[in-house]
Design a protein around this ligand. Structure first.
Ligand code: C2O
Ligand code: CU
Length: 480
């Protein structure tokens, strides 16, 4: 369909157009004029049935990012839905309250499909969170960040020709070499696609009017490759209250907040801090260690304004603080891992123009012995980003996501050579809560404690920089 993403001609997009057949009308909110799919608002414990009818010219699947669902409901590319076909996703919401999302996940085409618009928000509520005094309704705002490039005709530009990129193998056999963008397209296809404009909730950011009172901001990085370093323009610390898998135990003050692709964070803010008439902005600050190539107009790690607010109304109350006790979060206990003494190491590698884990790229149905885990156990996994196989010693950040679980980050170490760049982001990492995606900076090792419960089967783990994913930095893990 078409969406009014920016002034001028409508942009043609691929979009989820939802329709509610039964249930609470509030559970599906359509965003007119936006490229985002409808926001699904679900409750923990609720059974959901969602029918995908694929009206695209190519196969697709839907992945419920962050949700703990059976493997055949998870949108794995092996369950691709061909054009004109249907698939019913049927699952019970087991996750805690929090900010999740959904997006397309077909083999080798996740980047272009999400870029064209196939993504939406999925918010979960539960009784525990409902009992807390957090801003609701109009004061509970979701902000989905995506970067896009447009041509002079207002159409989206994805720097790889559509016909030539149908599969990685096609490309490797030469199919894509001559596509639009040529060598530059191939590099972008592998290194990542950055847009030179920011979209907010699937359209151009518009100044947002807010009242001088507390708000809950749900920040979602649904960009293909871009990482954000978010901060208030006047230096006010951000009060972070939640991460990927819901609320933290207590608010964490941060000068800035890193948000890698697919990560979410929730921030509590009282706009009474600013005088009526003030125009505070959320910005993305400069940082090092991102990708050094790509879009010239808005390089990764450069500074830009994300969203400007306008504080309206004349009431003036003393600024309030968020609730200091948000939830009871169990301590992460690495000792419960069956491999506590020998963490599994997953080396993020680069080979002949393909990414991989331990030198292996994605294979549809394969999981190695190291990628096989036992149902009902916990393991420690270590993602190592030390540039094995990298061209010209180039090491890029990655945003590692594990399907079907929420994990805890239990350790980070960085090599000396990368320490200076690391210090430009490390103050903005919020590792205390539940996570399903974690930023792994160049030269870094990140250890996570992950539990496998309820569902056996074949699930994915991968880099959520979608072009890395599409170029091989994705593998299965098998729960037996
Ligand atoms: Cu949001 Cu496999 O990804
Ligand atoms: Cu990556």
């Amino acid at each position: 369909g078409e969406a009014a993403l920016r002034p001028g001609k409508p942009t043609s997009v691929w979009r989820y157009t939802g329709r509610l057949l039964a249930g609470d009308p509030a559970s599906l909110q359509v965003h007119a004029g936006s490229s985002l799919g409808p926001t699904l608002r679900l409750r923990r414990g609720q059974r959901v049935r969602i029918e995908l009818l694929n009206e695209l010219p190519e196969a697709t699947t839907i992945h419920w990012h962050g949700l703990h669902v059976p493997d055949d409901m998870d949108g794995h590319p092996r369950h691709a839905v061909a054009p004109g076909q249907r698939y019913i996703y049927d699952f019970t919401v087991l996750n805690r309250a929090g900010t999740y999302w959904y997006h397309a996940h077909p083999h080798g085409r996740t980047g272009p499909q999400v870029y064209r618009g196939l993504a939406g928000l999925l918010l979960i509520d539960d009784d525990e969170e409902s009992a807390l005094d957090l801003p609701r309704g109009a004061y509970d705002l979701s902000l989905v960040l995506q970067d896009r490039s447009f041509d002079s005709d207002n159409q989206l530009v994805y720097p790889v020709s559509e016909s030539a990129e149908s599969s990685m193998h096609g490309r490797m056999q030469g199919g894509g070499m001559m596509g639009r963008g040529g060598m530059a397209g191939m590099m972008a296809r592998m290194m990542g696609v950055l847009g030179d404009e920011l979209l907010l909730n699937g359209r151009m950011p518009q100044r947002l009017e807010v009242r001088a009172r507390p708000y809950r901001l749900r920040l979602v990085n649904a960009s293909n490759t871009r990482t954000y370093k978010l901060a208030w323009s006047n230096g006010t610390p951000l009060a972070v209250i939640g991460t990927d898998g819901g609320l933290l135990d207590s608010p964490q003050a941060r000068e800035y907040l890193m948000l890698a692709p697919a990560e979410r964070a929730e921030v509590w803010v009282d706009f009474a801090r600013w005088a009526p008439g003030a125009a505070p902005a959320l910005e993305s600050l400069e940082f090092d260690g991102a990708m050094t190539m790509g879009s010239g107009r808005l390089p990764d790690g450069s500074r830009f304004e994300v969203l400007r607010f306008a504080v309206v109304g004349s009431e003036r109350a003393a600024p309030r603080q968020p609730p200091q006790r948000l939830t009871e979060l169990p301590a992460a206990r690495p000792a419960i891992a069956v491999n506590a003494r020998r963490p599994k190491v997953f080396d993020l590698t680069m080979g002949m123009m393909v990414w991989g884990v331990d030198g292996r790229s994605f294979e549809m149905l394969q999981a190695s012995p190291e990628e096989t885990v036992k149902l009902g156990t916990h393991e420690i996994w270590e993602f190592r980003n030390e540039g094995r196989g990298a061209m010209m010693g180039m090491v890029m950040a990655h945003s590692m996501h594990i399907h079907g679980v929420q994990f805890r980050v239990i350790g980070r170490q960085v090599m000396d050579r990368f320490a200076a760049a690391y210090r430009t982001v490390s103050g903005g990492l919020v590792d205390g809560g539940w996570k399903d995606t974690v930023l792994v900076m160049p030269g870094e090792r990140v250890q996570v404690l992950v539990g496998f419960s309820d569902y056996s089967g074949l699930f994915l783990y991968h880099c959520h920089m979608l072009e890395h994913e599409d170029s091989g930095l994705m593998r299965n893990y098998l729960v037996k």
